[in-house]
Design a protein around this ligand. Structure first.
Ligand SMILES: Nc1nc(=O)c2c([nH]1)NC[C@@H]1CN(c3ccc(C(=O)N[C@@H](CCC(=O)O)C(=O)O)cc3)C=[N+]21
Length: 302
């Protein structure tokens, strides 16, 4: 039988059916397909991190790295093939896509049960409806919620300022925080930011705009989660949205960049993959055991 580090969580067949050894080894291995288009330097880094984690956990994976010039039709054809492929449980389309491709149309081709990033409109609507009870929570919002939980940060009745309203991060995260009964203010490129940071008990910045949030804006004792990542051209360096060193003396908690939300995002992808894999094989997911297995703490530095 194949060994798989992710086998440790107890796999209970929900209907206690008896399966053959062949069936058993097929279901012991979750499979992930990654679709990447072009050579965006950040995407190259992120995809290589996802692949490294697949290898570490012996997760079956296929990378489809297409040139920038690929047509919408060809990508959709690939997704339809992967939708049918039994060895693939999760399909991830690495964003952003080049501007000649329709992200919406491409996302909506992903089979609902294989959509590990909650990109399909129907899954996204379910998320807005169900909040954290949804089957899939997009990876970056899930990473932020994980930080709030492990730091025991109770958001009820807290002023949270979220900076950024993207479909993958700021928008769904704001809804999830609302459902946790926070008072959420969403800032974006058409709003002022400073006054909303100044009144915030918790600042969550997902703008991807280098040091947009000045340290002196932050209320004493506030908690700060920095989701933004900006690459400094010509270097390997990345920085966050927050002036980290200036914020540090004021905050009661802050996540760094690098070493903060980013690496956790990748862990959350695997949590989602494990969930869809269990679901498609009639297994009961034991997420607590998976949390131990993925050992998130080794990846971040706060
Ligand atoms: N469909 C889709 N799903 C995603 O989840 C998705 C995406 N598209 N597009 C881009 C964003 C960004 N993202 C990150 C992954 C890893 C790090 C990460 O590991 N960061 C390290 C360092 C990375 C480096 O050295 O550049 C850190 O912050 O310490 C960050 C960000 C996933 N994203």
């Amino acid at each position: 039988m194949e060994t798989c580090q992710l086998k440790k969580p107890s796999l209970e067949l929900s209907n206690q059916q008896i399966i053959t050894p062949q069936e058993h080894s097929a279901i012991m291995r979750p499979g992930l397909a990654i679709i990447q288009v072009g050579n965006n330097p950040s995407s190259l880094t992120y995809v290589s991190k996802k692949i490294a984690l697949c290898e570490k956990n012996q997760i079956y994976h296929e990378l489809y790295h297409f040139p920038e010039s690929i047509s919408q039709k060809e990508i959709i054809h690939q997704i339809r093939t992967l939708n049918q492929q039994g060895s693939i449980d999760g399909i991830l389309v690495q964003l952003p896509l080049p501007s000649h491709l329709s992200r919406l149309e491409i996302s909506n081709e992903i089979k609902l049960s294989k959509d590990v990033d909650c990109l399909h409109m129907a899954n996204f609507q379910n998320l807005l409806q169900n909040g954290e009870d949804n089957d899939i929570i997009p990876c970056t919002p899930a990473a932020v919620l994980h930080i709030l939980d492990t730091q025991e940060i109770d958001v009820r009745n807290q002023n949270i300022t979220v900076i950024g309203r993207s479909q993958l991060v700021g928008f769904p995260l704001s809804v999830l925080l609302l459902k946790r009964n926070a008072r959420v203010t969403i800032c974006h490129s058409e709003t002022t930011v400073q006054e909303h940071v100044e009144k915030a008990d918790i600042v969550i910045s997902c703008a991807g705009h280098k040091e947009l949030v000045k340290g002196e804006w932050i209320k004493n004792g506030a908690k700060v989660i920095d989701v933004g990542i900006t690459r400094i051209p010509g270097t390997n360096k990345i920085v966050g949205d927050i002036e980290f060193n200036k914020a540090l003396p004021r905050v009661s908690f802050i996540t760094p960049v690098p070493g903060g939300v980013g690496p956790l995002t990748v862990s959350m992808l695997f949590k989602n993959l494990y969930r869809v894999w269990c679901r498609s094989n009639g297994l009961k997911a034991n997420i607590d055991e998976l949390d131990d297995e993925l050992d998130y703490a080794q990846n971040y530095q706060f």
